[in-house]
Design a protein around this ligand. Structure first.
Ligand code: SF4
Length: 305
């Protein structure tokens, strides 16, 4: 179902439970802090249910955070329909990043149009061309990016922190909904009339490219429908694979912890690797940074860790 109701300027917190209203307020504060302390900041909107919550919070707050999506060229029609719904509902001209045509042509010439079914390596190579490379361009020159990832979405995301330093792309990464449950997300969406992807009502809790996403059965892992032909420990697309520094648990966007857990990459097919490459959760090492360390200091610390 998607909505085209005009956005209310006022948030009706009476429709939300008290604990959820608290989470909403904390997420809204964090987003405002990010906009202030890490400009230019961007939100990578994957158009999933969580990302519609963040879209609503950013636009409702009038925050200076650019919202973009990656159009891999293989998205479901329902996801494109949601893009139009967002435009109607919010008047937002969603910025889209597409794959480089030369890389797509090279991949399909060498391997075939659906080669991602043939091996994990070819699947990851497809994600690299269609998602990871466009993401790099989308993040170039930014100081922070925001995702809708939640810790409860998959075993590979259990250790997901609220904020990290993404050393590959050289900027901060924030996950404001990390502690939200699936019930929280849907209570927000239904309570506010925010548009969402019609596939969610057909058994798709997690939605990616059309050929690589299917509905799940009751009791299955929320991401079981992604790359379902692979073993569970390889299921991530590469968008979140990068060395990351976890920055404590504070909900403030400013970096003020002296004790920082730096995390390094790992490519073995353990639970760690169940990301498409955009969201890999790496192994941690520990380092110490001065208070108020900026991005360049964090990058240097990570390189030397
Ligand atoms: S999800 Fe599938 S079609 Fe989309 S980029 Fe990855 S392998 Fe390619």
């Amino acid at each position: 179902m998607s909505s085209s109701r005009p956005m209310s300027a006022h948030f009706d917190s009476d429709k939300l439970s008290s604990p959820l209203a608290g989470k909403v307020a904390a997420a809204a504060r964090l987003l405002a802090d990010i906009a202030d302390a890490h400009a230019p900041a961007v939100f990578a909107n994957s158009l999933g249910a969580e990302d519609m919550v963040l879209t609503d919070l950013i636009l409702r707050g009038g925050l200076a955070i650019e919202i973009f999506s990656l159009d891999s060229g293989r998205l479901p029609q329902e996801t494109h329909a949601l893009m139009q719904d967002i435009r109607r509902h919010y008047g937002l001209r969603l910025k889209l990043f597409y794959p480089r045509h030369d890389l797509i042509e090279e991949y399909t010439a060498n391997h075939g149009i659906n080669a991602f079914f043939d091996s994990v390596e070819l699947r990851r190579a497809c994600c690299q061309v269609r998602k990871v490379e466009p993401l790099r361009r989308a993040l170039a020159g930014k100081r922070a990016w925001i995702t809708g990832m939640r810790a409860q979405q998959a075993p590979s995301r259990e250790a997901l922190p609220l904020r990290q330093f993404d050393a590959t792309n050289g900027l901060m990464k924030f996950n404001p909904l990390v502690e939200w449950s699936e019930q929280d997300v849907w209570a927000y969406l239904r309570g506010t009339g925010v548009p969402y992807n019609a596939l969610h009502d057909r058994g798709y809790p997690s939605i990616g490219c059309a050929p690589c996403t299917r509905a799940i059965a009751a009791g299955e892992d929320l991401r079981a429908g992604r790359w379902w032909w692979e073993s569970a420990d390889t299921k991530e697309c590469g968008l979140h694979r990068s060395p990351l520094v976890t920055l404590g648990t504070s909900t403030q966007a400013n970096i003020d912890e002296g004790d920082v857990k730096a995390r390094s990459t790992g490519r073995s097919q353990s639970a760690d690797t169940k990301e498409c490459g955009l969201h890999r959760i790496p192994v941690s090492v520990r380092t110490t940074l001065p208070e108020n360390a900026d991005e360049s200091t964090l990058a240097a610390a990570l390189r030397s860790a």
